[in-house]
Design a protein around this ligand. Structure first.
Ligand SMILES: Nc1ncnc2c1ncn2[C@@H]1O[C@H](COP(=O)(O)OP(=O)(O)O)[C@@H](O)[C@H]1O
Ligand SMILES: [Mg+2]
Length: 293
């Protein structure tokens, strides 16, 4: 009789903690958050690997290539800091024409990449695509922590839950939440750690004008968080610097305060937001450790 493969105990299977940055929308800041989190983990002395599964856009791949180009041009030192270079593996989408075969191949490619990174990394950051792909579902089902950046409007909020305009307190889980629910079920079946789902707001306006909308979204989000089981973490404000840094392949954590004078007040505030977010993530083995960025 053939014995069916049983899931290995957690410790034997892998040690790396998988962080997936996902929602089903483009432009919410997934790649930006994935890049900053990766560099934050490296600065904390944790070997970190990345997987870019946004096969179409490949923003994180390009971000990392820009970083490589910067290092090639200027050297690994920058403003008194050494630029950490995380390990990144390429994942190629299956070219099989038959859907079920393509899905199996995608799933295998993901598993292989994950296993390879697990050999050397304590953390693996996965940058998910905007749409709903099979690869994205697979990645979500491997997440130990899932970070969902959300733009600060009801338009984006709709991705998590529908809001009754007459009664903003009344919310109903929506497409993406149901996808996460599925991923949680799959993880539980494989007897793996539960997914810690963290929702954060990104690109919140600093002006007073947006204040009312911000409050309304905040209220509806906290109602929804208890309904569908995510935590809310402090988010990031809208700042031009994020767009500028992409081209250079740099993050806010690569700018030296008091170094070359590149660090402006707004950068200091933005970095503080990143620190607050990092603390709120409560990643394993980092609790209580002094931040090094
Ligand atoms: N907090 C922010 N402030 C300003 N621009 C941002 C911020 N976060 C992301 N962006 C910009 O928004 C665009 C989309 O971000 P990106 O990280 O690529 O989103 P996603 O991966 O979800 O599609 C990019 O041009 C990025 O530089
Ligand atoms: Mg992206």
């Amino acid at each position: 009789m053939i014995e069916l493969a049983r899931p290995l105990p957690e410790a034997a299977r892998r040690l790396a903690h998988v962080v997936v940055v996902g929602n089903q929308k483009g432009g919410a800041g997934k790649s930006t958050v994935a890049m900053h989190l990766t560099i934050a983990l490296m600065r904390m002395g944790r070997p970190t690997g990345c997987l870019d599964i946004d096969i179409r856009q490949r923003t994180l791949t390009r971000y990392m290539e820009n970083r490589g180009a910067w290092v090639a041009r200027r050297g690994a030192g920058h403003g008194g800091l050494i630029l950490p270079q995380p390990q990144m593996l390429d994942i190629h989408a299956s070219e099989a024409r038959q859907l079920d075969i393509a899905e199996i191949e995608d799933e295998a490619a993901f598993a292989v990449a994950l296993r390879r990174l697990c050999d050397t990394c304590a953390f693996i950051v996965v940058d998910a695509p905007g749409g709903d792909t099979h690869l994205s579902r697979v990645a979500h089902a491997h997440a130990d922590t899932l970070i969902t950046p959300l733009n600060d409007s009801f338009l984006d909020f709709d991705l998590l839950g529908s809001v009754d305009p007459q009664a903003p307190d009344r919310v109903r889980p929506s497409v993406y939440s149901e996808m996460v629910w599925e991923a949680r079920k799959r993880k539980a079946q494989a007897m793996r750690r539960p997914i810690d789902w963290v929702v954060m707001r990104n690109r919140t306006a600093i002006t007073r004008f947006e204040g009312k909308n911000k409050q309304a979204v905040g209220g509806a989000l906290s109602t929804l968080s208890t309904r569908i089981g995510f935590r809310l973490a402090p988010g990031l404000s809208e700042r031009v610097v994020f767009r500028e840094l992409f081209l250079q392949g740099l993050t806010l954590l690569d700018l030296d305060i008091g170094g070359e004078g590149e660090m402006r007040m707004s950068h200091v505030a933005a970095r503080q937001e990143l620190r607050d977010l990092f603390i709120a993530l409560k990643l394993p083995g980092l609790e209580g450790e002094a931040l090094r960025f």
